[in-house]
Ligand binder design. Structure first.
Ligand SMILES: *[C@@H]1O[C@H](CO)[C@@H](O)[C@H](O)[C@H]1NC(C)=O
Ligand SMILES: [Cu+2]
Length: 158
């Protein structure tokens, strides 16, 4: 039997929707956007960031920028010489790996005025509906796996 285009579409949606539904966009600072004089540590306090989520830094082009730094540079508000500087005013950063992440604005004085963001990214959790995996090998075919589970595991460990 040949699969109709509609059937194929439904299959594709079934495979990919679970992962799309899990990833979220976070507009940093919400309506305040990315600016000095805003308390980003309060903003992050009630949020959980997961691998696959996206940080969106919104600001007026030319007024601010976004630089990913390490904890040392974050605390001292210094811009490392070889930094990659994001300047589009709508910078999207995909949180690709778990762990602590630090971002500052590189415009003089702005980081010291509070334009700095520290987050901890959690490894992606599997949907709660997932049956407990017997999992001798996550890549083995067999009952309990319906294709997208191995994909998810790949996402976690890559
Ligand atoms: C933080 O980054 C600076 C500048 O790139 C570098 O010199 C320093 O060694 C780094 N510190 C750590 C703890 O990685
Ligand atoms: Cu700034």
């Amino acid at each position: 039997m040949a699969l109709s285009p509609l059937t194929i579409l439904v299959l594709i949606a079934t495979i990919f929707l679970p992962s799309i539904a899990v990833a979220r966009d976070f507009v940093v600072g919400d309506d305040h956007g990315w600016t000095e004089g805003f308390d980003y540590s309060t903003w992050t306090a009630d949020k959980t960031f997961q691998v696959g989520d996206v940080l969106v830094f919104k600001y007026v082009v030319g007024e601010h920028n976004v630089i990913k730094v390490n904890g040392t540079a974050f605390r001292s508000c210094t811009v490392p010489p070889e930094s990659e500087v994001l300047t589009t005013g709508n910078d999207r950063i995909v949180l690709a790996t778990p762990g602590r992440k630090w971002y500052i604005c590189g415009v003089t004085g702005h980081c010291n005025a509070g334009q700095k963001l520290f987050i901890t990214v959690q490894a992606q959790t599997l949907p709660p509906t997932l049956p407990p995996a017997p999992a001798p090998s996550p890549f083995q075919d067999g009952p309990g796996f319906d294709g997208w589970v191995p994909k998810k595991l790949l996402t976690i460990f890559h």
